[in-house]
Design a protein. Structure first.
Lengths: 337, 201
């Protein structure tokens, strides 16, 4: 099993590594410029490097080249997502493990037994001893039907056990995704309602810049919300990269508003190219039931617009919530799954 | 960490683990098996008991030292164990950075082009095929660095090689990609590229 390294020590060691490079003469400019482009240097190391490369006018272009190459590699290697069938299998495994207290699938434990069994069945005479050639066709058909029925029961019990809660109208893959996504947005909404956490994640405080950033990331123009005319003094707190399940790139935008009684409420808008897993029609806003959001005292809405999936989590009361959806350009028609 | 919390956290990184498995193996069926084995190992009760989330407390989604890096490390180990390549024993932190790498970081500076606003979107399709031609150890560091945004030290921890080796592999991977792109006269013409300088120090 892989042991976890001591992260703090390796961070210190990396700092020492680059300090040593900065002392070397002649200056190993290649690795240092690439480290600079990759944001691997500390602030003081960056300053040192600036002084050392003052007479290298080509350095900024070299750094720019490395950054552009990184962005291009990220795009070229970003996909694909884990197939939903595989995701559902693994989610079901997690559920079974949860229910029994044992790993549901352990190759080390099961493979030797399977191997031993298969050795037995390969022995000549194994089947001839056990399968009587006199079995009637009717009994054989009944046995096949019984096995099929048992298989369906086993499949259902495995698929629907554990963490994945069945949702009417959704397949197990969709229900698994639904639960993963709603748990994730509820948790991130709650976490980033706290300013100390939000400051580290939601680092872009200019909404135009944030939308331009995600428009470029998604290859799709995002429309800006009309904050100026919004009720409740709706304001943009900040936005940043996120890791919404089953998406390559995704963003988290936080907005704050004041309720009539002067309470501050927070709204999180998660955006990403629609992975196409949930059966959401464009032109409708879906109010999604989520235990995680209920527990967080928030409501969850979803809609698709021009291929972008929007997930809105808010703890605002009814009227303000409706106002927020409107400002966010959510379709007025409400749909349900 | 509670089992359910652990499992949910692990499942959030399924896409990233699958992506890594696919880029390593380059075969969907093999990637499927690899991912299943990674999660089978991760979900063992003893493993869960031993797991400690070392991600930055202020941003658990960063992946830094947390679940994602840990799953990547399992994926790396399972893949290379399967390949039966040379054994890669864990390196102690002390020797982690002091160990001289057999793949020293080249001093060659990055190239400079006469345009900084290259049409990178245009280049992406060609990059994909160039990436496919890279050796798996180069593809692996390139993916961890480019797509997952990991730091050199995190990649070094996952792949269990010194940081100098990570830098060297990244340099070589990037250079191979640049060279391949620019060896195509049509690409150079299309992009109007002309290299100003690429001379090593």
């Amino acid at each position: 099993m892989t042991d976890q390294p001591n992260h703090h020590n390796t961070e210190q060691a990396q700092r020492a590594f680059f300090d040593a490079l900065l002392q070397q003469r002649p200056l190993p400019i290649g690795p240092l410029l690439r480290a600079r482009a990759d944001d691997e240097l500390t602030e003081s190391q960056n300053q040192q490097l600036d002084e050392l490369i003052a007479d290298h006018p080509e350095a900024p272009a070299q750094i720019e080249f490395e950054r552009a190459l990184r962005g291009s590699c990220a795009r070229a290697m970003a996909g694909p997502r884990c197939p939903e069938a595989l995701a559902a299998r693994i989610a079901a495994t997690a559920g079974v493990a949860s229910a029994t207290g044992h790993a549901a699938y352990s190759a080390d434990d099961t493979l030797p037994a399977i191997g031993h069994a298969s050795q037995n069945t390969r022995q000549s005479g194994f089947w001839s001893d056990r399968l009587a050639s006199r079995i009637s066709p009717v009994l054989a058909i009944a046995a096949v039907l019984l096995l099929t029925f048992a298989g369906v029961l086993v499949w259902q019990s495995v698929e629907f056990s554990g963490n994945v809660t069945p949702v009417p109208g959704l397949s197990i893959e969709q229900a698994s995704y639904y639960q993963r996504v709603s748990d994730f947005v509820a948790r991130e909404h709650t976490r980033c309602a706290d300013d100390s956490a939000a400051q580290n994640k939601l680092i872009e405080h200019d909404i135009s810049q944030a939308l331009a950033y995600f428009s470029a990331a998604f290859g799709q123009e995002l429309s800006a919300p009309d904050l100026a005319n919004a009720r409740g003094g709706l304001s943009f707190y900040g936005g940043g990269d996120c890791h919404l399940p089953s998406t390559g790139r995704s963003g988290h935008l936080r907005f704050d508003a004041l309720t009539d009684d002067g309470r501050t409420v927070t709204m999180s808008l998660f955006i990403a190219p629609d992975p196409g897993i949930l059966p959401l029609d464009e032109g409708k806003t879906y109010a999604l039931k989520s235990k995680a959001c209920d527990d967080a005292g928030a409501q969850l809405y979803a809609w698709i617009s021009s291929g972008i999936q929007y997930l809105l989590v808010t703890d605002a009361p009814g009227d303000l919530c409706s106002e927020m959806r409107s400002v966010m350009n959510a379709p007025e028609i409400l749909g349900s799954l | 960490m509670e089992r359910q919390q652990f499992e949910q956290l692990a499942l959030e990184h399924l896409d990233a683990v699958y992506r890594m498995a696919l880029h390593l193996s380059r075969r969907p069926d093999e990637a499927d098996e690899l991912v299943q084995e990674v999660y089978a190992r991760a979900f063992r009760p003893r493993t869960i008991e031993r797991f400690e989330d070392k991600s930055a407390a202020d941003d658990p989604t960063s992946g830094s030292g947390g679940m994602r890096s840990w799953l990547f490390a399992i994926c790396h180990n399972v893949f290379y164990t399967r390949l039966k390549k040379q054994s890669r024993r864990p390196t102690s932190v002390e020797s982690f950075f002091s160990e001289s790498s057999s793949e020293t970081a080249p001093n060659e500076p990055p190239p400079v082009w006469d345009r900084t606003d290259l049409d990178w979107e245009h280049v992406d399709a060609r990059l994909k095929s160039a990436i496919d031609d890279l050796k798996e150890e180069y593809r692996e560091v390139l993916m961890l660095w480019g797509v997952d945004g990991l730091k050199y030290r995190e990649i070094a921890e996952i792949t269990e090689v010194p940081i100098g080796t990570v830098m060297s592999r990244l340099h070589r991977a990037r250079k191979l990609l640049s060279d391949k792109l620019m060896s195509d006269e049509k690409v150079v013409d299309d992009l109007g590229l002309r290299m100003l300088t690429s001379e090593p120090e």
